[in-house]
Design a protein around this ligand. Structure first.
Ligand SMILES: Cc1ncc(C[n+]2csc(CCOP(=O)(O)OP(=O)(O)O)c2C)c(N)n1
Ligand SMILES: CC(=O)[C@@H](O)[C@H](O)COP(=O)(O)O
Ligand SMILES: [Mg+2]
Length: 641
């Protein structure tokens, strides 16, 4: 289905074309850009509300700045759809997030306008500062760097580390703080209150008006000299105590807050700021979901709503005749409440993913025991460790790929001190359309190398519940990782009574002949499907659901390796150093020489696509497992002949 852009947007194939549009017609560009995003995302899916909120900013930036020479860095990048459309990717935009299509995030290999690859939050200020420092060193005095960062992403430590540096780096970097009071869920923390305070404070509004008056007096197009800048700064200092503004205190010139939906004001402001040297921050206030009433009203739901009817706002849900399995995240969300009702020591922590992790169920029911701590995976782990020192049992729920941020905290604050923190890794394995920044590919190796860790993965919802139950028992005294994937499990009937799972114990699901499949976690279901297919052909592999990558079930492994000459391992993680590697290490230690095939995420970057497409591409869906077993069996037979 072809989606026609508006008549003016149709003529814009680059920021050069945009610059030819008269200032008075920029409103129309914004309207058409917004409409095009609505038209395409409603039919093709993707992140939604964030891009609507920065339509005017996207237009104004490419109008006022000399991109791509001036370097624009979008934080996270889930809001960069307008930027993509304005920078030569309008007609390709319907392929956004599809297999072999455009990436859902800015990506250096995709366009020269995408100056920095993103997906994880709070990197933009560091990256833009790095670019500004390099430009200065190279003598490119007319080259600017701009970071656009949301109020949610500003809560991360890394953003503050970057501002701390920017304040003394004497580089031409502009930080645009896009303040919409939202993360995916409502933004949290003291910074949020502070930003609201500035936005409504009389002093700052007066200061802002005076600054604009000064800027307004400059002849149009006149460059802002250092002398003018220091006069302006002196004026600002006279009006406000530096230490009363957080950003000023960090030596960043603070401008704003201004209305981020006023396109002409934005353009004028950005043109002026482009000429002001040094590190500076422009605070803009926007509405997430702007221009689509339902999204403005329920911003969390419309962060990434899936496909919807753009006229009625109905979000399409697949309809089924029979009860469907729940999402793993929901099983986590309900189970932690059940456990916490009996165990008063249980707490829940999420760094900014209450909806994505479903910890929000507990936050609603037990607000004094479940917290969103902002985008701060490192802090989330260490605060959980701190609570654990006091005997609390914290379930710290972090997406596998975001947990990469907190590696040292897991080593230093949890494992070395042997604190029994429960690390629930949601979105472990391939995640689909978000692509390589979000695939939870690496957690098995990066945790497996740390002493004291228990690393588990459930094959279904019931196992997830039982692992959670086991992890919170007083007798469990080690850091306990439970990794599970994005999406639904396998069982519609999953609320059975809890059963303890012995740590380091797997289970044999099927005896067989010649070949044994050792699976870790949810891909065990792909293996089970493969076995069903193979049995029709007279091939009967055994199947072991190992449950733990650390400690390994040595007894079960001896059984498998003694009775089956050929072994296939299956995991939803990188094959480098993962579960399969653990099996190889075990074999080497014990002198086993079985033939082994390791299936999982290959040692290369896997792009975006549906989970089905990616599991197939990576060779560990049911068909690929069956093919692997078939080939082993055939080669076995050939040898026998
Ligand atoms: C390190 C990391 N943690 C969590 C996320 C998940 N995440 C993506 S967007 C987002 C909210 C960002 O809020 P903000 O920067 O204010 O942008 P907005 O959506 O409000 O425009 C979160 C938590 C992420 N991308 N990276
Ligand atoms: C941009 C970002 O990081 C999140 O919005 C992410 O896309 C959420 O992923 P889930 O849809 O798996 O919760
Ligand atoms: Mg926000």
């Amino acid at each position: 289905m072809h989606i026609e852009p508006g008549s003016l947007l149709k003529t814009i194939n680059s920021p050069e074309d945009l610059k030819k549009v008269p200032r008075e017609q920029l409103h129309q560009v914004c309207d058409e850009l917004r409409q095009y995003i609505i038209d395409v995302v409603s039919v093709h899916g993707g992140h939604f509300a964030a891009s609507l909120g920065v339509v005017e900013l996207s237009v104004a930036l490419h109008y006022a700045y000399n991109t791509p020479y001036d370097q624009l860095v979008w934080d996270v990048g889930h809001q960069a759809y307008g930027h993509k459309i304005l920078t030569g990717r309008r007609d390709a935009f319907p392929s956004n997030r599809k297999y072999k299509g455009l990436s859902g995030f800015p990506k250096r290999s995709e366009s020269e306008y995408d100056t920095f690859g993103v997906g994880h939050s709070s990197t933009s200020i560091s990256a833009a500062l790095g670019m500004a420092m390099a430009a200065k060193y190279k003598g490119e005095t007319d080259r600017k760097a701009v970071a656009v960062i949301g109020d949610g992403s500003m809560t991360a430590g890394m953003a503050f580390e970057a501002m701390n540096h920017a304040g003394v780096a004497d580089s031409d970097v502009l930080i645009i703080l896009n303040d919409n009071c939202m993360s995916i869920d409502p933004n949290v923390g003291a910074l949020k209150a502070y930003l609201t305070d500035i936005s409504t404070s009389h002093t700052y509004n007066k200061l802002r008006d005076d600054v604009w008056k000064i800027l307004g007096k400059l002849p149009i197009g006149k460059r802002f000299t250092r002398e003018m800048a220091s006069k302006l700064e002196a004026g600002i200092k006279g009006m406000v105590n530096k230490s009363s503004n957080l950003f000023e205190a960090l030596n960043l010139r603070y401008f704003g807050p201004i209305d981020g939906h006023n396109i002409t004001k934005l353009v004028d402001t950005l043109k002026d700021l482009r000429d002001i040297p040094g590190p500076k921050l422009l605070h803009i206030v926007t509405v997430k979901g702007k221009g689509y009433a339902l999204a403005e009203k329920d911003q969390t739901k419309w962060h990434a709503p899936g496909l919807f009817d753009k006229i009625t706002g109905e979000i399409y849900k697949k309809k089924f005749d029979t009860p469907q399995p729940p999402k793993y995240q929901d099983v986590f969300g309900h189970t932690i409440i059940e456990l916490a009702e009996h165990n008063k020591k249980i707490f829940g922590i999420t760094p900014a993913m209450p909806s994505g992790s479903s910890l929000k169920f507990m936050m609603e029911k037990m607000p004094d025991r479940a917290f969103d701590v902002g985008i701060c995976e490192q802090h989330a782990v260490t605060v959980s460790a701190g609570m654990a020192t006091q005997g609390m049992r914290v379930f710290c729920n972090i997406y596998s790929s975001f947990m990469q941020r907190a590696f040292d905290q897991v080593v230093h604050d949890v494992a070395i001190q042997k604190l029994p923190v429960v690390l629930c890794l949601d979105r472990a394995g391939l995640v689909g359309e978000d692509g390589p920044t979000h695939h939870g590919a690496y957690d098995i190796p990066y945790f497996r190398c740390i002493p004291n860790m228990v690393i588990s993965a459930p094959m279904n919802e019931q196992e997830l519940r039982n692992l959670m139950y086991t992890a919170q028992l007083e007798s469990t005294e080690l850091p306990f990782v439970i990794r599970y994937p994005r999406g639904e499990g396998m069982l519609s009937d999953w609320r059975k009574p809890f059963e303890e799972i012995t740590i380091g114990k797997g289970r044999k699901l099927r005896d067989g002949k010649d070949v044994a499949i050792l699976s870790f976690g949810h891909p065990g279901n792909f293996a089970a499907a493969a076995i069903r297919e193979l049995r029709g052909e007279g091939i009967t592999p055994a199947h072991f659901d190992m449950r733990f990558a650390k400690p390994l079930d040595e007894e079960l492994l001896h059984e498998a390796l003694t009775n089956y000459e050929r072994i296939v391992t299956v995991e939803d993680g990188t094959v480098v150093g993962g579960f399969g590697s653990a099996i190889l290490e075990f074999m080497q230690q014990h002198g086993y020489k079985n033939e082994v095939r390791i299936l999982g995420i290959p040692d290369r970057l896997v792009e975006h696509g549906t989970l089905k497409e990616l599991h197939h591409e990576c060779g560990y869906d049911a068909a690929a497992i069956a093919a692997e077993v078939r080939s082993l069996t055939t080669s076995n037979m050939a040898e026998a002949i």
